[in-house]
Write a protein that binds this ligand. Structure first.
Ligand SMILES: C[S@@+](CC[C@H](N)C(=O)[O-])C[C@H]1O[C@@H](n2cnc3c(N)ncnc32)[C@H](O)[C@@H]1O
Length: 275
């Protein structure tokens, strides 16, 4: 019998894979279980470069946060923030300015528990356990209100999370609810899985997730569908592009640095200012 680790909240069903923990495993983290590793390994057999794609997304996160701080943003709302790993939003933002404040939001109890452990009693950061499909719960949460000033610009991040929202839950309307709450000077960053460029590989990933015992399914989208998530917020140059090609500025930013250049093409990324 496996002993339950002390960082595992009692309510977790560790026999079904979760997106948060599978992604953690692909990034080399240790907050995952056999079911997560089995799914990750199936995905890796279908798409051997998938770990590079996960790292490229994290590298984009760092560039997007630095881009936002350079534009004067000092507070961030990171939706679907995941299990803490190398280069979390508050670490990158606070390297630019230690006064930066961050609210992390996730519905996965392990991501939340571990984020709380990492953040300790830091009064510049907070973790909200909520389903992002309930914007009122996220935006109205006492911790969101305590950490973020809705009269100052906010960096709103939806990184590799909106493809968990089915079409019938209307992801464009959902993001519009969040955009509407953002003050002047705010910026929105999105990365989203796409089947436009590497359809076969993405179909394989989608099938593996669908056949798993995990509760959630992935919904890859076309570039036009992802562009619609920005509404009338116009992405800055180079626009909505394969994730690694969004303003790369160092080794590891783009798949060209990896064994599998196609790994740039599993998702699109963009950053847009509030008009
Ligand atoms: C692939 S991870 C991405 C983590 C991080 N944003 C990044 O880009 O590195 C997706 C995260 O979104 C979370 N998530 C999925 N659906 C969600 C929902 N409806 N509400 C809140 N979080 C959600 C998952 O639990 C997971 O932690």
């Amino acid at each position: 019998m496996t002993r339950r680790q002390d960082w595992v909240p009692g309510i977790i069903d560790t026999s079904a894979p979760s997106g948060a923990r599978t992604y953690d495993y692909l990034l080399g983290g240790s907050h995952n279980f056999v079911a997560d590793r089995v799914m990750a390994e199936q995905v890796e057999r279908a798409v051997p470069g998938i770990r590079a794609a996960a790292r490229i997304n994290r590298a984009f996160l760092a560039r997007a946060v630095r881009f936002m701080t350079a534009r004067g943003v000092r507070q961030f709302l990171d939706i679907g923030s995941g299990i803490p790993t190398l280069g979390n939003v508050h670490e990158i933002a606070q390297q630019e300015d230690p006064a930066c404040r961050v609210v992390y939001v996730d519905h996965d109890p392990i991501a939340v528990a571990h984020s709380e452990l990492m953040l300790g009693g830091d009064d510049r950061t907070a973790v909200v356990e909520a389903d992002m499909r309930d914007p009122d719960a996220v935006l109205g949460h006492r911790l969101t209100r305590a950490r973020l000033d809705f009269d100052e610009p906010i960096g709103l991040l939806f990184l590799l999370v909106l493809h968990w929202v089915p079409d019938d839950a209307d992801p464009a309307a959902l993001v519009a609810r969040y955009r509407a709450a953002m003050p002047a000077g705010s910026l929105l960053a999105i990365t989203h899985m796409t089947d436009d460029l590497q359809g076969e590989k993405i179909d394989a990933v989608e099938g593996i997730v669908r056949r798993s015992r995990g509760a959630a399914q992935v919904f890859p989208r076309t570039r036009d569908e992802i562009a619609a998530l920005f509404g009338d917020w116009e992405p800055v140059a180079p626009g909505l592009v394969p994730t690694g090609t969004w303003r790369p500025d160092g080794t590891g930013d783009t798949a060209a640095d990896t064994a599998d250049p196609e790994m740039d093409e599993l998702s699109f990324a963009g950053v847009a200012p509030r008009p």
